[in-house]
Write a protein that binds this ligand. Sequence first.
Ligand SMILES: [Zn+2]
Length: 377
Amino acid sequence: MTHIDTIALPVSAPGTTRSLRVHRYGRAGARPKAYVQAGIHADELPANLAAHHLAGLLAAADRAGDVVGEIVLVPLANPIGLSHVLFNHHQGRYHAQSGQNFNRGWPNVAIGAAEAVRGRLGSDGEANLALLRAAVAEELGKVVPGNEAESLRLVLMKLAADADVVLDLHTDSEAELHLYVDPAHWPGAADLAGLLGASVVMFCRDSGNDPFEETVCRPYWLASQSATGAPLALPLSVVVELRGEADVSDELARRDAEAVMRFLAQRGVIAGSGETPPAFTGIAAPLEATEIVKAPVGGILVYKKELGEQVAAGETIAEIVDPLADGAGARTAVVAAADGRLFARARQRLAWPGAPIGKVQGLTPLPGRVPGKLMYD
Ligand SMILES: [Zn+2]
């Protein structure tokens, strides 16, 4: 039976209210538990549209009695950012009051939770998970948020923290569909990548600044470091980047929602189809092998490569044009550092020094790409 809860967010300004709508399918406490949220970056609307289609499919599955586990869906994870419209342009990536990226600084209780279960994990893997989940819940209960964005993150983390499967739906600027996943889950998550038709899968565990999908996992892998008995199953926590911000269409969203349904069937959360998922045919490699291509100068960004093109080291991806300069001096080439696939570009065509203008996925870690500093803000 589907339930829709409304969770009020703390009042930020007198006379205003905000809330989260949480859709729940199946039976509370049933396993496996899947948690899906969309649009924590509030300007990534294809994620929300896919979640809207997913809600319809899940409600139908629930009516048919096909939900085996428990599913929690937050189709609109960031009502704060959705209201950030400035001079007729929607923002939504950063919290306007604090400047914080909405997908950084999630409540990280790994150290406290791992400490709480130290020496108590035994040979029963399920019992270990139950102990750790309780410890995580207790630690999250102690967190005191410092502003409305932190309050939002804490509410969402509490909903996700004990799930077996976590899908965090996002959208890049202009991009092919791609995923971020913990290295422990590769090639285990190839079914999801194949079903979604992902072009690139990046492995990440410590990108820096506590993004959501890594922070959900962290107590589990930290506790597993000191576990001597049964292995501690790491939740499958995945960032799903549903192409680019302008890729808003019912056809794509419906296709993505259906892929998520088939994946949930693969994982036994909903009644299974027994299908063999399509093979993943893209690139899977560490996030250290992802080049974040940055503009060296300011000007007008003119791409020379399309999304999905293979580029060679030294090859020109784009030129930045200074309309005030003459001749050859008017154009600055932006070249690839290494061989790889150009899978993301910037939708905004004004460049400035240091602006991220693309992502190229290679196979080999790049110099300077080190854990803790793998993300741009
Ligand atoms: Zn995002």
